[in-house]
Design a protein around this ligand. Structure first.
Ligand SMILES: C[S@@+](CC[C@H](N)C(=O)[O-])C[C@H]1O[C@@H](n2cnc3c(N)ncnc32)[C@H](O)[C@@H]1O
Length: 293
C-alpha cells in the first residue's frame, strides 16, 4: 500500500492536452500515488460486479485513466437521494474507516476517493455486509475531484489518513498535501468545514502543520496543544525514532505543538496497526475552514 519506488512513476507525470499530444504524457505535476495491480480476488470480484454500478460513480475521464473530466460536476442530491452532510475520505485504502463511520452515521453521506480498485472493492464488501445506503466511491486522483467534480462548498468534513508519505527528499514533490492543494480543499469545503489528517511520518506531519498553519483560511482547532514534552514530535526527535540520531533535548523540543488527540471516530486500520507495531508515533491534526480568509 505504501509502495515507494526509487524512480517516480512517470506514466502519471505530465501536462495538459496539447502537451500530452506532444510528449505522450498526461499531467503537469507528479501524482501522489503509484498504480498497483488491480486484480481482484474472487470474493471481491463478485461483489464488485454486483455493486459497482450502484456505488462507484461513473465519471467522464480526462487524459489519464485516474483523471476526471473538468466539465463534470456531481449533483449530490441526485447521487445520494438526500441533502445530508457530506464526509469525504481521500485515500480510503481498504475502506475500513469509511465503512465503519458510514455504519455509525447513517444520517450522513460518505464519499471514498481512491485510485486502488481492490481497495474500493474491499469497501463494497463492507457496504454489502452492513447494508450501507449512504456510501459512494470515486476511483480517481483526489485533487482533481476536489477541484472539479464536487460542487464548491459541498463538503462538511475531509479526512486524509496516512497519505503516502514520499519520505525521500527527492520524492517530496509527490506529496499530496502542499500549499497548492489547499486551494482545492478550500474550494470543496463548506464554510466551517473540518479537515482531519493523520500520518506516521514526522517530516510530513510538520509539513502539514506548517502549510495549513500559514494559510489564513484555516484554523488549527488544537493550536498550542500537546507542545513541549507532550508533543509526539519531541518524542520522535529525542528518541531518534525515525532512524535518525536522537537530537539533544533542547533541539528536540517541539514548542509549537498543535497536535490533535486521536480522532475518536477513526478506526484502527491494518495500515495504522503496522505503524504501531513498528513503534512509530502517530500525528493527528484538525483544521477548521474559516468563512472568510
Ligand atoms: C498509505 S495508504 C493509507 C490508506 C488508509 N487511509 C489507511 O489509513 O489505512 C494511502 C492510500 O491513498 C491512496 N492515494 C494516494 N494518492 C491518491 C490520490 N491522489 N487520489 C486518491 N487516492 C490516493 C493510495 O492508493 C492508498 O490506498
Amino acid at each position: 500500500m505504501n509502495q515507494q519506488p526509487d524512480t517516480p512513476d512517470t506514466q502519471h507525470i505530465s501536462p495538459s492536452a496539447e502537451q500530452a499530444k506532444r510528449t505522450g504524457k498526461f499531467r503537469t505535476k507528479p501524482v501522489s500515488f503509484v498504480r498497483r495491480g488491480n486484480r481482484l480476488n474472487p470474493r471481491r470480484q463478485k461483489v464488485w460486479d454486483e455493486l459497482k454500478d450502484q456505488y462507484v460513480l461513473h465519471l467522464d475521464r480526462d487524459e489519464a485513466s485516474t483523471s476526471v473530466s473538468p466539465d463534470v460536476e456531481l449533483d449530490l442530491a441526485q447521487v445520494y437521494g438526500n441533502t445530508n452532510p457530506l464526509i469525504v475520505e481521500i485515500g480510503t485504502g481498504q475502506g475500513e474507516n469509511l465503512a465503519a463511520a458510514a455504519a455509525r452515521h447513517r444520517d450522513k453521506n460518505f464519499l471514498a476517493v481512491e485510485v486502488y480498485t481492490p481497495g474500493i472493492a474491499g469497501l463494497l464488501v463492507q457496504v454489502k455486509a452492513e447494508q450501507l445506503e449512504n456510501v459512494r466511491a470515486i476511483e480517481a486522483n483526489a485533487p482533481e475531484v476536489l477541484a472539479h467534480t464536487l460542487p464548491a462548498g459541498s463538503v462538511s468534513e475531509l479526512w486524509i489518513y496516512f497519505p503516502d508519505p514520499w519520505h525521500k527528499k527527492k520524492h517530496h514533490k509527490r506529496r499530496m498535501i502542499t500549499a497548492e492543494f489547499l486551494d482545492v480543499v478550500a474550494r470543496a469545503l463548506a464554510p466551517g468545514g473540518i479537515v482531519r489528517l493523520a500520518t506516521d511520518w514526522s517530516g510530513y506531519a510538520e509539513q502539514m502543520r506548517a502549510i495549513f498553519g500559514a494559510d489564513p483560511r484555516f484554523q488549527n482547532v488544537h493550536a498550542g496543544e500537546r507542545a513541549g514534552q507532550d508533543s509526539p514530535l519531541t518524542k520522535v526527535r529525542a528518541e531518534g525514532l525515525e532512524k535518525e540520531d536522537p537530537l539533544p533535548a533542547a533541539d528536540a523540543l517541539d514548542t509549537e505543538g498543535g497536535w490533535a488527540p486521536r480522532f475518536e471516530g477513526r478506526v484502527l486500520t491494518n495500515f495504522e496497526s503496522k505503524a504501531h507495531r513498528a513503534g512509530r508515533e502517530i500525528f493527528d491534526l484538525t483544521f477548521r475552514f474559516a468563512e472568510q480568509a
